[in-house]
Design a protein around this ligand. Structure first.
Ligand code: GLU
Length: 480
């Protein structure tokens, strides 16, 4: 079995396409099959080398691996379509010679006029076949006018194309409904996707194609081209697409859509891999946290999602938190460090043991690595500017009473760093009569500048007496 993933490097890779890659990876793993990465970069305006580099980097970061590809090489290369034009050209010659394709001299204006006519008459747009049997003199006339022909595939008449799709089941297309003879090489010499994908899949000996159902309507064209070239078409499996919560195609309006941004936000590769492979598929036991090997054992091509799957951003975040909390301390510390730096702190200046204590507290609190940025200052800053909601709370009369008492407390207290918070709470409670949230939230606000975050019982022993005093003093001066 040989599978392939064939992205176009026209931007950061979309999470929906990543899911297709993950499906191919898992199925390849399951059957010990070869996975090929092919870069579909014929759209010169939109494809860039940088995007290709990032795509490969991001997929590797996710944990995917392939047996053959532009970076690894292999016996069926090159693996970039832009480097395979000679191969396509030879096949085009063959199709022209055996009468399965022909030169078309219609201009874009003529085709556009034809399209408009069809639209006005409410008819499907079907190429008229005008150039199918163009007499030699006419051809010469067009050539003399300087027209560059495109190459069209001659659609066989009255045939039905049957696909035995592993996910969709039996799907039948009628050659009459494909839109007429279609272009396989544009007039600028660039061959089109529906044509070259067939050549590449055959030359790369691909046996199974797993891709999104948005490509189902391309499949009859691809099968007809394969047959005209004497190839046996591969086995197809078209899975359902990923939708946003409003059930429209997942887009930036809904949230993050590129793998790169998930990575930057501090999602973990194994959590993402787990989530994406379970998107649209449920295990029999109902369990959700699985390693890729376990998923490969349970899943199969037929079980890949047929219907659209709604992307649940909250669930992914939750799952990430589950993974994050399970990581060993040294590993999670390494992963947090870039984010600590982003928050403006130098982890090298923090004593190792203290850093470990801080990380083990925050590991419980963060669902994403980047969330450490809003918590780390609680431990490392001298004093903290209150955020907006804390500022609102500390301006309230009851809060001011607590600030005043906290200030009184530090003037007289003899508690050590471990008993400080307990002593402060009972002092403030005794003097103000406040309790519950009214008591605890202002104290949290005074000491951390935030209303949310790690437990004060965890925080105060780490920041110690001096810092706690300074912070109380700072808030006293600010609010009283
Ligand atoms: N380059 C195509 C895409 O990114 C690949 C489609 C296919 O798998 O055939 O959608």
């Amino acid at each position: 079995m040989r599978l392939r993933f064939a992205p176009s490097p026209t931007g950061y890779i979309h999470i929906g396409n990543v899911r297709t890659a993950v499906y191919n990876y898992i199925i390849a793993k399951k059957y010990n099959a070869e996975l090929i990465l092919r870069i579909e970069d014929t759209d010169k305006e939109r494809s860039t080398k940088e995007y290709e580099t990032m795509l490969i980097e991001d997929l590797k970061w996710l944990g995917l691996a392939w047996a053959e590809g532009p970076d690894t090489g292999g016996s069926c290369g090159p693996y970039r379509q832009s480097e395979r034009f000679k191969i396509y050209k030879d096949f085009t010659e063959r199709l022209l010679q055996n009468g399965n394709a022909y030169h078309c001299y219609c201009t874009p204006e003529e085709l556009e006029a034809h399209r408009k006519e069809a639209a006005a008459a409410n008819k499907p747009i079907v190429y008229s076949g005008r150039c199918r049997n163009l007499p030699a003199v006419e051809k010469m006339k067009f050539e003399a006018m300087g027209r560059k022909p495109s190459v069209r595939f001659k659609l066989p008449e009255d045939v039905s194309i049957e696909i035995d799709d592993k996910i969709k089941g039996r799907v039948v297309f009628d050659s009459e409904n494909i839109g007429g003879d279609f272009i396989i090489v544009r007039s600028d010499g660039v061959p089109v996707y529906n044509y070259i994908v067939v050549i590449d899949d055959a030359m790369m000996k691909i046996t199974n194609i797993i891709r999104g159902e948005d490509h189902l309507s391309n499949t009859p064209k691809q099968i007809l081209v394969a047959k005209a070239l004497g190839f046996t078409p591969p086995v197809y499996a078209h899975h359902g697409l990923v939708l946003g919560p409003d059930r429209s195609k997942l887009s930036k309006r809904h949230g993050i859509t590129s793998l790169r941004r998930y990575r930057e936000q501090g999602y973990l590769a194994d959590a993402l891999l787990n989530y994406l492979s379970m998107l649209g598929w449920a295990s029999e036991s109902g369990e959700e946290i699985f390693s890729i090997d376990e998923i490969a054992k349970q899943i199969d091509i037929e079980k890949l999602s047929n219907s659209p799957a709604v992307f649940d951003f909250q669930k992914l975040k939750w799952m990430n938190g589950q993974y994050l909390r399970k990581y060993p301390l040294d590993k999670i510390t390494d992963l947090f460090i870039p984010y600590i730096k982003e928050a403006g702190y130098d982890p090298n200046k923090i004593e190792k043991q203290q850093l470990e204590v801080i990380i083990s507290i925050l590991q419980k609190k963060c669902d994403l690595l980047s969330e450490i940025k809003s918590f780390i200052g609680i431990f490392l800053a001298e004093v903290l500017e209150p955020d907006e909601e804390t500022d609102m709370l500390l301006k309230e009369e009851d809060s001011k009473k607590i600030i005043t008492e906290a200030y009184e407390f530090i003037k007289t207290n003899t508690a050590d760093k471990d008993s400080l918070i307990g002593a402060l709470v009972s002092f403030a409670k005794g003097r103000t009569g406040l309790k519950g949230k009214k008591l605890f939230m202002p104290i949290r606000g005074i000491l951390t500048g935030r209303l949310k975050g790690p437990e004060l019982d965890d925080v105060v022993p780490v920041i110690g007496l001096d810092k706690s005093r300074k912070r109380i003093e700072y808030m006293f001066n600010r609010y009283i």
